[in-house]
Design a protein around this ligand. Structure first.
Ligand SMILES: [Zn+2]
Length: 514
């Protein structure tokens, strides 16, 4: 790690409110979802121990209440090293492998072994999932979401980025988070994502007020069992250890390549931050990239600090020069189409990205305002790009770019998300050899059937209610409509208690009926 780590790091979209968090410290008044007892010295000792905010599996169902005990099919899926998904409409989204009106997917030891019709396996050698009248797709990938904000769903439902979000979320509510709140927020976000078919995401955290806050966020991702890139980011207040604490994180949580979590550095467009990331060997995830900040981006480019695989979020109204720089340096782009439209970030750069040869990924950004479900984001992207092109056509313009198709948008939400998160070697398509992050969508519902076009059904007809079964690395995380192994009442209670605590400390009143 570089010794010359800068002392202050400004975030494009956040104000520093050191005084607000100063009393928070390392978890004073933190609730204790780990069951270590809710008061006194033992809790503080645990929080300070560095062992993390929670015991692993704190939200796992007790053995007496496990669904698999009552469901032999689920028990088989959890037990067998081979799983056969049989007879589904399979969209691999891998052009080499192709798509199938009816095929099987064989999973072995968590990885996709084979995709083709009529795979035969002997008798008891595999657990079988009947996928008839199901569309089988790669798990959706959300390339930018602030997980800790799960507690704040819809709290800013009609808000703008400026001044509402900056004032209420960044400056008032975020500083009031304690580690247990970060855990609860990230947990409901991650489990909510899995429930809606999102198997991987980039957590652009922004709440590392102390190392304990950081630990809590990472533990929530681990406990939820989602695949995620943890983009370590500064918090607020005097105890933030950004960026130098990333060395500890690398050692503590990210030593293995063979795990669901990977690490990146959340970065402002600052040469010191980028130089730090380069020395630490980390990809950068840059937030708030727009016409207002692009001069800094161009300077980073001139300084030779941009690397292939770096992620740029929003990219609203960039100049041709900035787009060319991102393309030429191998950058990845994340567009939060619905949020950018609703909150005043500027025109989403869908067409600009495509015009510069960049296939964008999609992201949900904040659920303080908008749903995090992939269907909403895909549909908004599909409709907006077409509106923009069709408006140009109606004005008599010729030589127009092609209209997006449902398949294009489905790729943005899967393989392009994987590329953006640097996970495309592992996931993003149903390619033999990749890890089995797979979603089964129920097409035999009264609001979908009969099925006439599979990509169209996924992008333009379905909603999260059609997400029936979700596998991550071959492990069932949602089975026939229910999350697997999660003590849901406990999670809901944690989220509500944490929400209450954050609002109380922030002195913020929610408006339930407004
Ligand atoms: Zn964001």
């Amino acid at each position: 790690m570089p010794a010359n780590a800068p002392e202050t790091w400004e975030d494009d979209e956040m104000h520093d409110h050191s005084e607000d968090v100063a009393s928070g410290g390392a978890g004073a008044d933190a609730r204790d979802p780990s069951g270590f007892g809710n008061s006194g010295a033992s809790r503080r000792a645990f929080l300070k121990s560095g062992a993390g905010i929670l015991a692993a599996g704190a939200v796992a169902l007790p053995a007496t209440a496990r669904a698999q005990d009552a469901d032999p099919e689920l028990a088989g899926l959890l037990r067998e090293r081979r799983i056969l998904i049989k007879g589904g409409v399979v969209l691999t989204l891998d052009r080499q492998v192709g798509d199938f009106a009816r095929a099987d997917v064989l999973i072995e030891d968590g990885k996709i072994r084979e995709v083709r019709p009529d795979i035969a396996v002997g008798g008891d050698a595999a657990a079988v999932i009947d996928a008839s009248r199901r569309i089988v797709v790669p798990g959706f990938i959300d390339s930018h979401h602030h997980f800790y904000q799960g507690l704040l769903r819809n709290i800013l439902t009609n808000g703008l980025l400026n001044p509402d979000y900056n004032r209420d979320i960044s400056s008032t509510l975020t500083p009031a988070y304690q580690p247990a709140d970060v855990y609860a927020g990230a947990l409901v976000t991650a489990l909510g994502m899995i429930d809606m078919g999102t198997t991987a995401a980039v957590d652009t955290s922004q709440v590392s007020h102390t190392p304990e806050h950081t630990d809590a966020g990472i533990r929530a991702l681990q406990d939820a069992g989602i695949r995620a890139v943890y983009a370590y980011w500064r918090g607020q207040g005097p105890a933030t250890q950004y960026p130098q604490d990333v060395a500890r994180l690398q050692k503590t949580y990210f030593g293995s390549q063979d795990q669901l979590l990977t690490l990146a550095l959340g970065a402002t467009l600052d040469a010191k931050v980028f130089a730090f990331a380069r020395e630490a060997g980390l990809r950068t995830v840059s937030h708030g990239v727009s016409n207002a900040t692009e001069r800094a981006l161009l300077e980073l480019g001139r300084a030779g600090l941009l690397r292939p695989g770096d992620e740029y979020i929003h990219c609203t109204q960039l100049s041709d020069e900035a787009w060319r720089l991102i393309k030429d340096t191998g950058g990845r782009v994340s567009l939060a189409t619905p949020i950018e439209m609703a909150m005043g970030h500027g025109m989403p750069g869908i067409q600009s990205a495509l015009d510069h040869g960049i296939r964008p990924s999609l992201s949900s950004d904040v659920d303080a305002t908008m749903a995090q479900d992939p269907f909403t984001i895909m549909r908004a992207t599909f409709t907006l790009q077409r509106l923009m092109v069709l408006q140009r056509a109606s004005r008599g313009e010729t030589n127009l770019p092609p209209l997006l198709t449902c398949r294009d948008v489905l790729e943005f939400a899967t393989i392009e998300g994987a590329r953006c998160a640097d996970l495309d070697r592992k996931v993003g398509t149903l390619t033999p050899g990749k890890e089995a992050d797979i979603v089964l969508l129920a097409a035999d519902r009264i609001n979908v059937w009969p099925l006439n076009n599979a990509p169209g059904a996924v992008v333009n007809v379905m909603n999260p209610g059609h997400v029936e079964t979700v596998l991550i690395a071959g492990k069932p995380k949602k089975w026939r409509g229910n999350l697997v192994g999660i003590d849901l009442p406990r999670v809901l209670r944690l989220a509500e208690e944490a929400r209450d605590g954050v609002l109380r400390r922030a002195g913020f009143a929610m408006n339930l009926l407004g």
